[in-house]
Design a binder for this molecule. Sequence first.
Ligand code: NZQ
Ligand code: ZN
Length: 388
Amino acid sequence: MENFVFQNPTKIIFGKGVEKETGRETAAFSRRVLLHTGGGSAKKSGLHDRICQSLKAAGVAWVELPGVMPNPRLSLVHEGIRTCRREKLDFILAVGGGSVIDSAKAIGIGVPYEGDVWDFYATRDVPVKQMLPVGVVLTIPAAGSEASNGSVITKEEGGLKRDAGGECMRPRFAVMNPELTFTLPPYQTACGASDIMAHVMERYFTRAAAVDFTDRLCEATLRTIIRNAPIALEHPTDYDARAEIMWASTVAHNDLLGTGRVSDWATHQIEHELSGIYDVAHGAGLAVMFPAWMRHVMSADVRRFAQFASRVWDVEYDFAAPERTAREGIARLSAFFRSIGLPTTLKELGVTDDRFAEMAKKSVDRGEIGNFVRLDAAAVQKIFALAR
Ligand code: NZQ
Ligand code: ZN
């Protein structure tokens, strides 16, 4: 096990009806906030009204900035920074999913920064030192941004989707009511499941030795999603299934599962190229790219892949030919993604070969990616070809 420091300060307020606590939680930080929301689902469900009532009751005033799109855009972040400065707002309340939260974080790091906020995303050389406090009311379990230290933003010009990170970027609180996820369309539920699993698998596939405890935590988290995602798809208002998925989504990406190990993250970098250019849903891109990445790197440690197959997918361990076990595990992962309605080929996403080389080159523009196996542009191009 590697040495590690683990500190996750995000306060989680979880369960039925907890959104009524939002005003009180927010008031502990500020009485003048930016209320940041997405494309309208929160208004449609009535959540928006309930949040406004809760803020009002707690004596919190707000200025609203709606309109965050999936794969959140830099231009709206710039608008949010201007609004916060002009209106002297010192707290951001994000009501929505990963896109709204990431946009809120970007605004939060942009307000106190003198340069262009994109500096934090364009390179790894500009450290994030400060962020306005951010609070979250989560409406989709997927990205894990409600307790993560990162934000992913798309710069429209050039279709660049890039991440920034820093420990100060973890939200102060996350209000999480699984009932709020009853209205999710099936495709978003499935995309969320795939993203949650990807966050675990990025950590699971490590070269660090003696990590049995976190291996088991990862396997339990994966099995929880494998069991509950189909239930939530069949019965969208099943509270218990929604609750299992929602809590798993936070734990999958709050860094607990990565303690003592070196995580990979190549597949996320590769997927961001797809989302940046083709505007595909992050979870759908991951469902296509993860099995392809696995097939490319499997030979570096076949036994880890065979362990994944036997412990997560109940594949019988073939001690004479662990590679066969490993391959069956990857096949079952793909089959699972298909069974919950996700694409498993680039073709289904409308992505053709002509931009593989460009995307591969862009994916390494901040340096080679991945830790399980280091990948250069040529390797990434091969992985795109495997995902055809
Ligand atoms: O905008 P609205 O109208 O709310 O609709 C959203 C959106 O269309 C809808 N939705 C959300 N909650 C709903 C709902 N519809 C009905 N009922 C509800 N309760 O779902 C759609 C997707 O929302 P989005 O926020 O984009 O989803 P998600 O949470 O999957 O976030 C994806 C973004 O997070 C980034 C991804 O790259 C992507 O841009 N990630 C952020 C990470 C982080 N900051 O730590 C890590 C992740 O790996 C990921 O990269
Ligand atoms: Zn992700």
